[in-house]
Design a protein around this ligand. Structure first.
Ligand SMILES: Cc1cc2nc3c(=O)[nH]c(=O)nc-3n(C[C@H](O)[C@H](O)[C@H](O)COP(=O)(O)OP(=O)(O)OC[C@H]3O[C@@H](n4cnc5c(N)ncnc54)[C@H](O)[C@@H]3O)c2cc1C
Ligand SMILES: *[C@@H]1O[C@H](CO)[C@@H](O)[C@H](O)[C@H]1NC(C)=O
Ligand SMILES: *[C@@H]1O[C@H](CO)[C@@H](O)[C@H](O)[C@H]1NC(C)=O
Length: 338
C-alpha cells in the first residue's frame, strides 16, 4: 500500500518534472499533481524552451551547475531517442552574439552544452552590429509537447492529477502528508512571497522553414529560435508588468529587431503571438520548511521562482526537490511511514 501522500501544487514544467522525479523514485508515495491550469494553458507552454541560463547571485555555482547539467543530460537522452518527436525535445545549434565584449566570455554552463567555442571573425561578418559571439549546440524543449509527455510518464508511475485552485495550505494539510510547492507566480498570490515578481515576455511564432540556427543577442531581448513546427522570435523583458494581452508596439519592435539580425525573416509568415509572465525572483527558492498549521506541522518543499530559465532548470531542481522530500520522510513520525 502507498502510505505517504505527497501533493505537488503546479502543473507547469517545474511541477510535472518534480512530480515525475518523486513518483519514479519513491514508489511507496502516492503523488498527486494539483493545479488550477494545465497544458496548454501554463506559462511553460509558451516558452521557447531553449536550454540556457543566467547566473543567480546567491546560489552556490556548484549547485547551479548541477541543475543545468542534470537537466541537459536528461533532455539530451530524450532528444537522441525515438521519443524526441513526442516529447518535443530537439538539439539546436546557433549563435549568441554581443554588441560589446562581455566581461565573462564563457558562461558557467559552457562545459555542459555541446561544442562551445568563440565565433571566428568570418562568422561574425554576418552580424555587423556585433563584436563577439559564441557558437554552440544546446537543446530546445517545447513544453506544449513535453508537458503532455511528462504527464503520461507521471501517470504510468502511478501519479494522479486533479484540477482546482488552492487557496491556502490548510485545505491540503488534511489530505496530504507532504506539500511540494511548484506554483510559479502563484506563490506570490497565494499567501504572498513578496520576493516573487513578473517579468513579462511577448513572442511571435513565425513560419520560415529555411532558418535552422538560433540567434540570440546577449542582451537577452532579441532572439530567433527555430523549433519543431515554427520559429519563436522575441522578445521583451518587462519587469513588474502583469499584462497578459498582446501589445502591438511590442510586436512591431520584435519584428524590427529580429529582422535586423536575420533579414530573411521579413519573408516569414507570422502565425501567432503569445504573452507569458516569467515567475521571477532574485534566486529561485528550492528549499524545505515545516509550516505550523493550527494543530499540525506540515512539511513543505518549495520549488519556484525560476524566472526566464524554468525549462532549463526544471529537471535539475526537480531532483533537488526529490532530495528534500526524502529528508522530510526521514523526519516524519514513524506511524506516518507505516
Ligand atoms: C516569452 C517567454 C519565453 C521563455 N523562454 C524560455 C526559454 O527559452 N528557456 C527557459 O528555460 N525558460 C523560458 N521561459 C521561462 C519559463 O517559461 C518559466 O521559467 C517556467 O515556465 C516556469 O515554470 P513553472 O512551472 O514554475 O510555472 P508555470 O508554468 O506558470 O506553472 C505554474 C503552475 O502553478 C499553478 N498554480 C499557481 N498558483 C496556484 C494555486 N493557487 N492553486 C493551484 N494551482 C496554482 C498554475 O495553475 C500552473 O499549473 C520563458 C518565459 C517566457 C514568458
Ligand atoms: C485551456 O483554456 C481554454 C480557454 O480558457 C479552455 O477552454 C480549456 O479547457 C483549457 N484547457 C485545459 C486543459 O484546462
Ligand atoms: C508556496 O510558497 C509561497 C511562498 O512562501 C506561499 O505563499 C504559498 O502558500 C505556498 N503554496 C503552497 C501550496 O505551498
Amino acid at each position: 500500500m502507498k502510505s505517504v501522500r505527497v501533493v505537488v501544487v503546479g502543473a507547469g514544467v517545474i511541477g510535472f518534472s518534480t512530480a515525475v522525479c518523486i513518483a519514479e523514485a519513491l514508489p511507496f508515495c502516492s503523488v498527486t499533481v494539483l493545479a488550477e491550469t494545465f497544458s496548454p494553458n501554463t506559462t511553460s507552454d509558451g516558452a521557447a524552451g531553449i536550454l540556457f541560463a543566467a547566473e543567480f547571485p546567491d546560489i552556490p555555482l556548484e549547485r547551479q551547475k548541477r541543475w543545468f547539467k542534470d537537466s541537459f543530460d536528461h533532455l539530451l537522452a530524450i532528444a537522441v531517442s525515438e521519443q524526441s518527436p513526442d516529447a518535443g525535445v530537439m538539439l539546436s545549434s546557433g549563435w549568441q552574439i554581443f554588441k560589446e565584449i562581455p566581461a565573462k566570455k564563457k558562461p558557467f554552463w559552457s562545459e555542459f552544452v555541446i561544442g562551445f567555442r568563440s565565433m571566428t571573425d568570418r562568422e561574425l561578418k554576418r552580424f555587423p552590429d556585433h563584436k563577439f559571439g559564441q557558437a554552440f549546440t544546446t537543446l530546445k524543449c517545447e513544453c506544449s509537447s513535453y508537458l503532455p509527455w511528462l504527464e503520461k510518464r507521471f501517470r504510468k508511475a502511478g501519479g494522479k492529477v486533479e484540477q482546482r485552485k488552492v487557496n491556502n495550505l490548510q485545505e491540503l494539510s488534511n489530505s496530504f502528508d507532504i506539500i511540494v510547492n511548484c506554483s510559479g507566480l502563484g506563490s506570490k498570490m497565494l499567501v504572498g512571497d513578496t520576493e516573487v515578481y513578473s517579468v513579462r515576455g511577448q513572442v511571435l511564432k513565425v513560419e520560415a522553414p529555411w532558418l535552422q540556427h538560433f540567434i540570440r543577442d546577449g542582451d537577452g531581448k532579441t532572439y530567433i529560435y527555430p523549433g519543431t513546427q515554427s520559429i519563436t522570435i522575441g522578445g521583451t523583458r518587462q519587469e513588474g508588468d502583469w499584462r497578459l494581452q498582446v501589445d502591438e508596439g511590442d510586436t512591431k519592435g520584435i519584428l524590427e529587431r529580429c529582422s535586423r539580425l536575420e533579414p530573411s525573416l521579413s519573408k516569414g509568415k507570422v502565425i501567432s503571438t503569445w504573452v507569458g509572465l516569467r515567475p521571477s525572483r532574485k534566486n529561485p527558492r528550492v528549499e524545505r520548511e515545516v509550516v505550523q498549521l493550527r494543530s499540525c506541522r506540515v512539511p513543505v518543499v518549495h520549488n519556484y521562482g525560476h524566472g526566464g530559465w524554468g525549462v532549463t532548470l526544471a529537471w535539475g531542481t526537480g531532483l533537488d526537490a526529490l532530495g528534500l522530500v526524502r529528508q522530510c520522510l526521514h523526519e516524519m513520525p514513524l506511524q506516518a511511514k507505516l
